[in-house]
Design a protein around this ligand. Structure first.
Ligand code: IMP
Length: 191
């Protein structure tokens, strides 16, 4: 079955293809002539993943899914959340982490979670899948792997930051892997 991954990030495609059942052939919007900027103007992760998937489904009549991820910090009332990619006003992970650490300066309650939401549009019906990774924010960065906020996030029950883990270790527990496992189970149950 062909299924579109509604994303502008082509680099994600291989990673996500590996997380889905073998019978699923992932295609990009570009492959059926969609070069439009996908809408992403909602104030929630749910809203953004729905907007992107719905845009492709309604305009191109192609079954598809989209994802959206954010870091939600309790003491910052859920920020950076849906704005995680551009929290500091730049897209630079270093700037975004620096602002998180600054805003948490003196704060002892450092609980946070990564949350991934996927919206699937298939045969005219939409379904939502969620994956969560609970943890806490350190006072300083540690580790070189991964991306985004990985160097300042330690999952509950672990001693390493996500940036000190190998990709395989991170994929065992990550919010994204968890959400995609749910999507995979759903698609497998249909076939
Ligand atoms: P996206 O929705 O997957 O593009 O993620 C939005 C933003 O959330 C990214 O630009 C990162 O700043 C942050 N983010 C998402 N997933 C992760 C992760 O696994 N580790 C660290 N940061 C992440």
């Amino acid at each position: 079955m062909k299924l579109c991954f509604a994303t502008q990030n082509i680099n994600k495609l291989k990673e996500i293809q590996a997380l889905l059942p073998a019978g699923i052939d992932l295609i990009t919007p570009q492959e059926f002539g969609c070069t439009d900027e996908l809408p992403e103007t909602s104030h929630t992760l749910e809203g953004n993943s729905k907007q992107k998937a719905e845009f492709i489904y309604k305009n191109y009549k192609v079954d598809c899914f989209a994802d959206d991820t954010g870091l939600e910090i309790l003491a910052l009332k859920g920020a950076p959340g849906v704005s995680s990619a551009i929290y500091s006003g730049t897209r630079k992970a270093e700037d975004n982490m620096a602002l998180v650490l600054k805003n948490l300066n003196g704060e002892v309650m450092r609980n946070a979670r990564f949350r991934t939401v996927i919206t699937l549009y298939l045969n005219g019906k939409s379904e939502t899948f969620e994956g969560v990774l609970e943890g806490s924010i350190l006072h300083d960065k540690r580790g070189e792997s991964g991306f985004g906020y990985d160097p300042i996030f330690v999952p509950h029950g672990q001693t390493k930051t996500l940036a000190e883990m190998s990709l395989a270790e991170k994929s065992q527990i990550s919010h994204r892997a968890n959400a995609f496992a749910k999507l995979k189970n759903y698609l497998e149950a249909l076939s």
